[in-house]
Design a protein around this ligand. Structure first.
Ligand code: N01
Length: 536
């Protein structure tokens, strides 16, 4: 146990120094709490530290994907592009750490291995992989919903003689694919961003696709100075308007308030076209029911398939690239030249939907009767999303209850924030909250503010613990399921459902009812004396 730990328990131990952990630390300190962040990586930045594959950038506009808690910060910081790149986002995280003098509260290169709730002393006993230990009254998991890379258990992968890279754990030394034959497995958001850039460098690129992706153009470019100045004239108002939006962003371009079924073919096409020209997620707001009604969705999906057919020259490749599942059911990708990349003579698309990867060999891989040779392998196979990081921890609540037992059938929780049986534990932007359906920084700020206020309430009342009741948890879990049933999200095998990980229980994890309603519910719970929680 460290000296600091044995001397005095912390008020809050925060796991992770990404955007959630940084703001939680700042907020806790402002409240006079003794908080410490423990981070496995050698730097702050979380997602934006690890996901440094070529082309990695945010899919929400930079002016929105940034903290709103400090007026001077948002006025001073200048984004260079409409959609910030990973290096710029990492610089921003570092700037925030310096600006708010957070570094002395962050311990890097330290992976938390275990956290056990100590019922006698009503605190968490937390241990790092190194054996270092802390006790803390509250444990805040700021470890991110997409932080455990999914590395499929491919037969023979260890036999492959070339380098193997995962997009979510990209090497820190420069990777040069010049003159190489490169294989990419996966065609989700990470692959869609990386493939155009890898294709420009590699001698040959083979993309192994299990499910085709819908991608809308980012139309990225330098940030328009007038646009920036307009927002900065009333940044607080801009943030407030965004918080009233379903996804916590895009108030400047609200969804068209009519059904796709209520307009003529011509009007519909024109609405899709204009949203396509704007780019990114704008397409999903072309009508108000694209994610609610299968028939409306099918019209938008066909619009994208037509775009793919118009971009991709080889008809057979275009057909393979045209997704058949519901649009948006897996997160819509935002791209820069993804489909057009398949017009390059050095790029080949291989469909593995019916003949999956059978095994890797020293020189490549085998699918059914076919063999492919390449020099380097990129796994763009995503994440064990939303639960993976907690499920890998030795996390034990009351009576030694393990998180693995508690969540064996799916991530039960209340408001996404608390878990019955795990007192004084808060989870930021995890399952049961709007999480990845929201501009995640908006979601993080709302969670951190709520947690800080909750701790202030407990301290003011002289209360030691807070924990959801099982009844509240059951009702909330049903609420999350019901919200998903009202949408098209249950119609495909997405990471939202846990369907990308073999053996993972299928339970729809993020809350689809929209950020404003969710934030209002959280506020109401607090106002009613933390209704649904047991305070002791
Ligand atoms: O991961 P994914 P990602 N054999 O799970 C395939 C955020 N993000 O890292 O669809 C063969 O979406 C899998 O195939 P299938 C964003 O929220 C944001 O790309 O399961 N293939 C799929 O094609 C995003 O949604 C940005 O059939 C296998 C791919 O690998 C989330 O992170 C950028 C396979 C995985 O796609 C995850 O995105 C990047 C196997 N055994 C990420 N296993 C921004 O733009 C998996 N696949 C901000």
């Amino acid at each position: 146990m460290s000296e600091a730990a044995s001397a005095m328990p912390l008020d809050i131990l925060i796991v992770g120094a990404g955007f959630a952990g940084l703001y939680m630390l700042h907020k806790a300190r402002r409240q006079g709490l003794n908080a410490r962040v423990i981070e496995a990586a050698p730097s702050v930045g979380g997602t934006w530290y690890h996901n440094r594959y070529p082309g990695a950038r945010v899919d929400i506009q930079s002016m929105e994907y940034s903290y709103g808690f400090d007026e001077a910060l948002q006025q001073d910081w200048h984004w260079s592009e409409r959609y910030a790149s990973q290096p710029e986002l990492l610089r921003y995280a570092n700037h925030v750490a310096d600006r708010f003098a957070l570094r002395d509260g962050i311990q890097l290169c330290t992976r938390i291995a275990a956290a056990h709730f100590d019922e006698e002393h009503k605190c968490w006993q937390v241990r790092a992989a190194t054996g270092e230990a802390w006790s803390a009254r509250f444990l805040v998991m700021a470890s991110g919903p997409l932080s455990s890379p999914n590395r499929p258990d491919f037969d023979g992968l260890q036999d492959f003689s070339g380098p193997v890279m995962h997009t979510a754990d990209w090497p820190h030394e420069p990777v040069d694919f010049s003159g190489q034959r490169v294989a990419v497995v996966g065609t989700g958001s990470s692959a869609v961003q990386a493939i155009p850039l890898i294709a420009q460098q590699a001698r040959e690129l083979i993309v192994f696709q299990r499910t085709a992706a819908y991608a809308a153009p980012a139309h990225n470019g330098p940030l328009d100075a007038d646009f920036e100045a307009t927002i900065k004239r009333d940044y607080a108002g801009f943030r407030a308007r965004n918080r009233r939006m379903h996804g916590g962003f895009s108030a400047a371009l609200p969804p068209n308030p009519v059904s796709a079924l209520a307009v003529s073919d011509e009007e519909r096409k024109s609405a899709f076209e204009s949203r396509w020209r704007i780019g990114g997620f704008a397409l999903l707001g072309a009508f108000n029911d694209l994610l609610l009604n299968e028939r409306s969705n099918a019209l938008a999906a066909q619009f994208v398939r037509n775009k793919i057919a118009a971009i991709v020259e080889d008809p057979a490749t275009a057909r393979l690239l045209q997704p058949t599942h519901t649009l948006g059911c897996k997160r819509l990708c935002v791209d820069s030249g993804y489909y057009a990349t398949f017009n390059r003579p050095n790029v080949r698309l291989v469909d593995i939907s019916t003949q999956p990867i059978e095994r890797f060999t020293p020189t490549g891989l085998k699918t059914g009767a076919r063999e492919f040779d390449f020099d380097a392998l990129v796994l763009a196979t995503g994440f064990d999303a939303m639960t993976g990081t907690l499920m890998r921890l030795d996390l034990r609540g009351r009576g030694g209850l393990t998180i693995q037992h508690k969540w064996h059938a799916g991530p039960l929780n209340y408001l996404g924030l608390g878990i019955a049986g795990f007192p004084n534990l808060f989870n930021i932007a995890g399952p049961g909250s709007t999480s990845a359906f929201t501009n995640i920084i908006v979601a993080i700020e709302q969670h951190v503010d709520w947690i800080a206020e909750c701790i202030a309430h407990l301290d003011a009342q002289g209360l030691a613990t807070i924990e959801p009741s099982e009844a509240a948890e059951t009702t909330w879990t049903e609420h999350v399921n019901a919200a998903a049933r009202r949408t098209v999200f249950l119609s495909c095998n997405s990471w939202y459902l846990g369907a990308n990980i073999p053996g993972k229980p299928r339970m729809f994890m993020p809350l689809a009812s929209g950020f404003p309603q969710y934030a209002q519910r959280c506020a109401e719970v607090a106002r009613k004396g933390y209704e649904g929680f047991v305070l002791a």
